[in-house]
Design a binder for this molecule. Sequence first.
Ligand SMILES: Nc1ncnc2c1ncn2[C@@H]1O[C@H](COP(=O)(O)OP(=O)(O)OP(=O)(O)O)[C@@H](O)[C@H]1O
Ligand SMILES: [Mg+2]
Length: 369
Amino acid sequence: MPGIFEYTVSKLQSLTLHYFRNIDQANLTFSSGLNLIIGDNAAGKTSLIEAIWVLSTGRSFRTAKPAHLINADHPNFTLFSEVTQTNQTYKMGLKRSIEKSLCKINGEVVPSQADMAERLPVQLLTPESHRLLEDGPKVRRQFLDWGCFHASADFIQHWRGYQRALKQRNQALKKRLPQNQTQIWDVQLVDLAAKIDAIRQAYVLKLTPFVVKFCKALMPEMAEQVDLGYRAGWPQASDSFAALLAQNYGKDAKQGFTQYGCHRADIRFKFAGTEAMLKLSRGQQKLFVCALLLAQASLYEQESQEQVIMLIDDLPAELDEQHRLTLLTLLQDLNIQHIISTTSQSLIANLNPDTASFFDINQGNVSAK
Ligand SMILES: Nc1ncnc2c1ncn2[C@@H]1O[C@H](COP(=O)(O)OP(=O)(O)OP(=O)(O)O)[C@@H](O)[C@H]1O
Ligand SMILES: [Mg+2]
């Protein structure tokens, strides 16, 4: 019986796949702690991790084309899962053909993928994750907005409204419509930019102590130096975003797009004043990304009393033995369900056999060990 301070946290109970990449059919029942997927190269490990990510987000982290996800001999794939959240179990399904995508929760069609992401909050660490530090702002904006989406019920509405207004303004600029027909979108853009900016700023402020905490755990030698710098997407020295949009109209019209705004926001990570990418070794970069994800996971738990589900593709490729152990210990202590792939079981410590499950995957065939 749960104690007075315990509560039921969100967990992925099971996953069923049909015709997803090289997996014709599979059914996995997960444990609440470690879930280890073990297989050789090309067995289908990343595909399994990807399937959970796709069910939550509607997108792959490997390809922009749904056709790549669908088994060559079948017109569509289906994913089905049971997820527990706040003492309730949700049956979540996704059916996807090249043209169409259909999401259902408890048998009812849901209009938006955001409903799926809310019920199945997943975080992802892959061998590509250090790109969070190396790539352009888009990937960091996605990191930031993951947190804002889960932290504020209004964020998605504001963000959608902003994207719509921006699209209209950019279309007007491209078509060289008269100035008043372009600037008609500015009021909405300015209003929503202020709301989005406030949520993002508040989120970075709340996240920072958690980032320091997990840097201390994973890379203590650097923890004191870390700094998160949020950039709104327009120069803060300007009088106001509204005035800046008006001042910049001529330039925007020439270029055919809106230069400044929330769509240009970024979050920069510095260590003692130098960009993380320039200061940290590749291994430290990976550890720092782990610290960022754990920070988000902990803040998410603090705000929602729910847990994220952590997906880690090819953990041994990410971290050395000692840091693998530190990460696994943190995940266990934080009570975060983790689904991890590896080519060799011996590389992953089983810290709590009571909450662990193991799966073999071989040429797309999954079996529980
Ligand atoms: N749409 C598809 N239909 C059928 N097979 C596919 C499809 N897409 C990819 N595959 C194949 O699925 C196999 C599994 O790929 P996956 O990337 O999941 O393997 P992996 O176990 O992660 O391998 P590695 O250890 O090398 O990362 C590969 O042989 C790949 O060519
Ligand atoms: Mg792989």
